[in-house]
Every structure is written in structure tokens, then in C-alpha cells.
Design a protein around this ligand. Structure first.
Ligand code: 9UX
Length: 69
């Protein structure tokens, strides 16, 4: 199937944050799509990419995240 990873993201409080987080994730090499649910803080990412690369990109953007196993 399509590689899908999920992260728990901290600090998103509005739709602008969500768009920023989605754009950050889409900018990571290998990512083909990313979307985030504001209510839960869970971001879902499609693409061939290491989970840690996603986490690092978010941490550097000011939205700390942890990988959901
Ligand atoms: Mo919304 Mo997020 O106005 O930093 S963009 S709070």
C-alpha cells in the first residue's frame, strides 16, 4: 500500500497553523501529501520519507511533534 505515517503535533491553534504545518510537511523530500486534523493535532503524511525527517522539519518550524507508532 501507500506509505502513510502519522505524527502528533503540538501547538496548532487555528487553521493558519494547520496550513503552515501541512506546507512544512509537503516541503520534505519524498512527501506527496500531508493533512492535519486541528481537533486532534494528528498529521497524516503520504510518501516515501523517514518519520524522523518529518519530526525534525516540524520541530524546526516551531510545532514540536512526535511520531505515532
Ligand atoms: Mo492562527 Mo497559528 O492566526 O500560529 S496561524 S494561531
Amino acid at each position: 500500500g501507500v506509505p502513510l505515517q502519522r505524527l502528533q503535533v503540538q501547538g496548532a491553534t487555528c487553521g493558519g497553523c494547520v496550513r503552515s504545518i501541512e506546507q512544512t510537511l509537503r516541503s520534505v523530500s519524498g512527501v506527496t501529501e500531508a493533512c492535519m486534523d486541528l481537533a486532534t493535532g494528528v498529521a497524516s503524511v503520504v510518501g516515501a520519507v523517514e518519520a524522523n525527517a518529518l519530526k525534525e522539519a516540524l520541530n524546526q518550524s516551531g510545532f514540536p511533534a512526535t511520531v505515532i507508532k
